[in-house]
Design a protein around this ligand. Structure first.
Ligand code: PFF
Length: 445
């Protein structure tokens, strides 16, 4: 995707890029971790409801704004509010841009773990056992090597603007990831202890579903997983020809993303109980031990139990995840890069390196103060910044978008085929629902 507009020539081009953005570490690492920590089935149940009621309409609103403006997220929001509150629009756009950088600052750390875990089985296969152990063990030195490596990898791709290549790759690789998930799920479900995990995951404890902490975590996870509230989807919407059926596109992306998260849960939650049945201590007081590292402890155990084949499975699984992380990183990076190129007239190359340098500084800071910063940045982003931005998108689409009310009316009408009250739903219900959840976030924090 270069800085010329209209880069997705087909509907499928947009769906693939948007799905590439949505499907990432949030699905395979974030979702199962949150589900395991928040009662399994109850979390899944609330997650599905929040996705349908709030995240899907927010995705629609975000893509719609970008698509109408055909500009970077900051200018798009400024444009959308030009008759009413342009400064507020610009401010919201800049906040989203900061969110994108925040996302990158911890995402690249986790993606670095993925890379290291992809290389570890390779080292083992060629006989470097010590290196293999080092690669598979979390340490600050490992972070200091692999986070910059991942950032460099991303920058190298983004600055060339070869997203078309990335799209083609993800189109081929994502089905492989899904196939691997299916195979691993069928393997894990035959192991002792898995049935218990399956029960925990699929049968919700309904006494839990009204727990505000659970609802907030589910909302944050849903927003993160759909890449909304930081402008990532807005920028992709702006690269698509105007006036497509965005309702339909939003539904496809949401369905794909939610399906992959569901499948990841179906693998990881039973795997946790298999590990527990084998004598490993996985939970303490109902919470996961070392949650940030969850899949990096549990999955390698699982792969080990498969013998030499397991090494190949491990390598390809973590490699696929690294690529999934890369396609998500690209959409987030595109937010500040598109702004710097279009509004600040920087060359694409300069913009990419500048953003990468900022991200590198931010991620190094998180690594230096990992215990206090890592979880905090994730919570700030997913439970505060992203919902606030989404609230603003609803208000823009439902209220601030004037220009003869034409834009607003067409945005409010488009979804009516599948929800007759769509317009009122976006105007009144979504902002209200989100405000209620958000007030709870503020109180609980
Ligand atoms: N949706 C991605 C994931 O689930 O891994 C994360 C993400 C990508 C968030 C891009 C925000 C964004 F702009």
């Amino acid at each position: 995707m270069s800085n010329t507009r209209d880069s997705f020539h087909s509907r499928i081009g947009f769906v693939l890029a948007a799905a590439g953005s949505a499907i990432g570490l949030g699905n395979i690492w974030g979702f199962p971790t949150q589900a395991a920590n928040n009662g399994g089935g109850a979390f899944l149940f609330v997650y599905l409801i929040v996705t349908l009621l709030l995240a899907l309409p927010a995705l629609y609103a975000e893509v719609y704004i970008g698509n109408q403006a055909q500009k970077n997220p900051v200018s798009a929001l400024e444009d959308a509010c030009s008759d009413t509150a342009p400064k507020l629009g610009k401010f919201a756009g800049l906040i989203g841009l900061c969110g994108a950088v925040m996302m990158l600052s911890f995402y690249t750390i986790v993606a670095g773990w993925m890379l290291a875990h992809a290389l570890s089985p390779l080292a083992e296969l060629i006989g470097y056992t010590d290196a293999a152990t080092w690669l598979a063990t979390s340490s600050t030195t490992r972070n200091l090597m692999f986070t910059p490596l991942f950032i460099l990898l991303g920058a190298a791709i983004i600055h060339q603007g070869v997203n078309a290549g990335i799209e083609k790759w993800s189109a081929r690789l994502m089905p492989i990831l899904l196939m691997m998930l299916v195979l691993l799920i069928s393997y894990i479900l035959q192991q002792p202890g898995a049935a218990q995990g399956l029960k925990v995951y699929l049968i919700p404890d309904f006494t839990q579903v009204t727990n505000p902490k659970l609802i907030i975590s589910a909302m944050g996870q849903a927003f993160f997983s759909l890449s909304i509230g930081v402008g990532g989807m807005m920028v992709y919407g702006s690269y698509m020809k105007k006036d497509r059926d965005i309702g339909k596109l939003a539904v496809s992306i949401t369905a794909l993303d939610t399906f992959i998260a569901f499948m990841a849960g179906l693998l990881i939650i039973p795997a946790l109980y298999v590990a527990q049945a084998a004598g490993q201590q996985v939970f303490q007081d109902g919470k996961l031990i070392g949650e940030a590292q969850l899949i990096f402890n549990i999955l390698p155990e699982l792969f080990n139990s498969m013998g030499t084949v397991g090494l190949l499975v491990a390598m390809s699984f973590f490699l696929l995840l690294s690529i999934a992380a890369l396609t998500s990183t690209i959409s987030s990076t595109e937010v500040p890069v598109s702004y710097l190129v279009e509004a600040k007239k920087l060359s694409r190359e300069k913009a990419t390196w500048l953003v990468s340098a900022v991200v590198l500084t931010a991620s190094m800071t998180i690594i230096a103060f990992f215990d206090s910063l890592f979880g905090l940045v994730i919570r700030l982003l997913t439970t505060m910044l992203q919902p606030l931005s989404c609230l603003f998108y609803f208000i823009v689409v439902g209220w601030l978008w004037r220009r003869g009310n034409k834009l607003r009316d067409s945005a409010l009408q488009q979804g009516r085929k599948w929800l007759p009250l769509w317009g009122n739903y976006i105007r009144y219900v979504c902002p209200l629902l989100l405000t209620v959840v958000f007030v709870n976030v503020a109180i609980l924090n």
